[in-house]
Design a protein around this ligand. Sequence first.
Ligand SMILES: Cc1ncc(COP(=O)(O)O)c(C=O)c1O
Length: 449
Amino acid sequence: MKDDNFLRENNARHLWHPMGHPGDLQKHAPTIITKGEGAHLIDIDGHKAVDAVGGLWCVNLGYSNDTVKEAIASQLYDLPYCSAFGGTTHDKAIEASYAVREFFDADGMSRVFFTSGGSDAVESALRLARQYHKLRGEAGRTKFLSLKKGYHGTHIGGASVNGNNRFRINYEPLLPGCFHIPSPYTYRNPFNETDPAKLAQLIANALEDEIAFQGPGTIAAFIMEPIQGAGGVIVPHETLMPMLAEICQRNGILVISDEVITGFGRTGDWSGARHWGVKPDMMTCAKGITSAYFPVGALLVNDKLAEVFENSGAAGSIFHGYTYSAHPVGAAAVTACLSETLRLDTRANAGPRGTQLFEGVKALAEKYDIIGDVRGGHGLMTGIEIVSDRAAKTPMDNDTMKRIHEAAYQAGALVRLGANNILMSPPLVITEAEVNTILSALDAGFAAA
Ligand SMILES: Cc1ncc(COP(=O)(O)O)c(C=O)c1O
């Protein structure tokens, strides 16, 4: 084990961090975290903070779940790797696929395809959506539709359906045939519509228009997050997802619910689609599937897709997959994590703790007029949009955002910045007292700004 000086000297020197500027990070070194405990992180200086980000919307069970840790440790001794390609499988893959399918049975999901993470799950969904239409004799259905401000990972397919310029612009040209409709972002939208129900209707109209313009027979799938996470915790009106799903289904377009954040209790339901009363054709998930104790993602499909793939000839073969699909250690983590998620009934805690956080931040908005918009109220995810001028809605500058972040951290909570938004998704096992710590740390952060 290297000493602390070694760690500080080499921080960000050899490691290019995801979603970071390599040069900036060498000048302003990232915080070195050395331990996780319950809902807390502890850094190299021994400073302890509530993890208001839950890792990256993922450590749903907190950092101290021994059942998941033991399942992973013992699997490493039994069978650290086994391929799931073609002719071999293993006990843990069979158990994990059973557990995941059961978990999403109420969403109509019937088959599971494991991946190494969320981006891989999205990529799998887009590819298999195209293959599904080919198998049905509609090879012309190749395009994808999605929402602006959506985030669907970092592969070329995912980036192409992403609705945020930041994640696209450096990597263009992206996949052709991807089109975006407006986001249910009431705070800023091209219609200047602040009523969520009316905005939902306008977005539904925009989807109908885009489908008519493209030609329904050219579109393979529509992908959306039930609540947009990385885009700033954008909560749609309850009518939006059902309306969009109905339009797609009427036009033969597959509905992919991207549940990478919203799956496994984050919204107060086991899936975001279930929260809005929608049965999608495909679901993508990751993060909470292992509470991030091991990198795993999954694509789930309903009976409609399963029947087409399973009853096709040679063309039904899936020539797509990852070396680590159904990795035994990951699969052991999935089964243990899902059984702990059910035992602890984490969705039941997400509701009241989410309301506490949301209402607490709304109270802070009375005190600080740099808070432009507060979003959440559906489970344990809250977004705060920070502005320098409330009337003009001018996005706050980066330096001030960093000052808020640092002051909140020193006062006991790690939050996440996404442009001029503060994004929060703490572990679903968080306590009332820990949510209060987040709120007082935010208070200190805003005071510092
Ligand atoms: C909705 C959504 N989809 C896909 C992804 C990509 O997942 P990963 O980072 O595991 O590749 C994310 C990541 O945050 C996400 O929020």
